[in-house]
Design a protein around this ligand. Structure first.
Ligand SMILES: Nc1ncnc2c1ncn2[C@@H]1O[C@H](COP(=O)(O)OP(=O)(O)OP(=O)(O)O)[C@@H](O)[C@H]1O
Length: 248
């Protein structure tokens, strides 16, 4: 059964301009999904809808068999426990005044999750490959890649079913990017990732399923390897052609 399913979702920030147009796809448990498209295609907007920060103008988003309704506080409490987010910029997404322990423990606190928070934070730190003494330090004491590890630890500490990531590696240098992709790949064994990116290489490395978005319209969706090997839509072919190749 799918964790999330979108059915003919339409959305516009104003009534004049539609940003998402009849968007339908499913996120299956255990199958990471990449959402790919050029700048302005509506990827971040789609994530905002999946987080419940915006509501579709029409169409539905279901979490399991229940319709996502941001106005339903009880539902949103359960949903927030199940779905966490990693943002693009590891420099602005972490509160510089908070120690790493409190940053990572934040979802446990705001979701009022019982149990030993220090132990949960320590386990999350180990999983993302940071030392235990990181808890006492502040974000500015870490590199960009380490900060993104802290952001990932925060996203996994409450053991969500789904992690939404918006360009989670694009702000990092190449070698750090490779290491964070490896980390996300390992996490994919226990939780499902929805990764928004303009980088087809990162999506191909992490996501067996892919949705190609062009100006708010899904032009192609399905198995990543199949679509990359034989793209049916000219827009997908254009995206593939724009991936830089390593020199021979
Ligand atoms: N708050 C907003 N109010 C009005 N229009 C918006 C708002 N946010 C985004 N848009 C418009 O919605 C469209 C899609 O933007 P969105 O940020 O979702 O695209 P994107 O694919 O995530 O782009 P990028 O890769 O550059 O982040 C764009 O035309 C953008 O101008």
């Amino acid at each position: 059964m799918s964790i999330l399913s979108l059915d003919q979702v339409n959305f516009g920030y104003t009534s004049k301009a539609r940003v998402l147009n009849e968007v339908s796809f499913e996120v299956e448990r255990g199958a990471n999904l990449g959402i790919v498209g050029e700048s302005g295609s509506g990827k971040t907007t789609l994530l905002r809808l999946l987080l419940g920060l915006e509501r579709p103008t029409s169409g539905t988003i279901n979490f399991g068999s229940v319709q996502l309704d941001p106005r339903d506080a009880n539902f949103m409490r359960r949903y927030r426990r199940a779905v966490q987010m990693v943002f693009q910029d590891p420099y602005s997404s972490l509160d510089p005044r908070q120690r790493v322990r409190d940053i990572i423990a934040e979802p446990l606190q705001s979701l009022r999750i019982e149990g030993n928070h220090d132990e949960a934070v320590a386990a999350a730190l180990t999983e993302v490959g940071l030392p235990a003494d990181a808890v006492r330090r502040y974000p500015h004491e870490f590199s960009g890649g380490q900060r993104q590890r802290i952001a990932i630890a925060r996203a996994i500490v409450a053991r969500p079913q789904l992690v939404l990531a918006d360009e989670a590696v694009s702000a990092l240098d190449l070698s750090t990017r490779v290491r964070i992709v490896e980390l996300l790949k390992q996490l994919g064994h226990t939780m499902t990732l929805v990764l928004v990116s303009h980088d087809l290489g990162v999506v191909a490395a992490l996501c067996p399923r892919i949705v190609i978005l062009e100006r708010g319209i899904v032009v192609e969706a399905g198995d990543t390897a199949t679509i990359l090997a034989a793209p049916q839509h000219p827009y997908t072919r254009k995206l593939i052609a724009s991936v830089p190749r390593m020199p021979a």
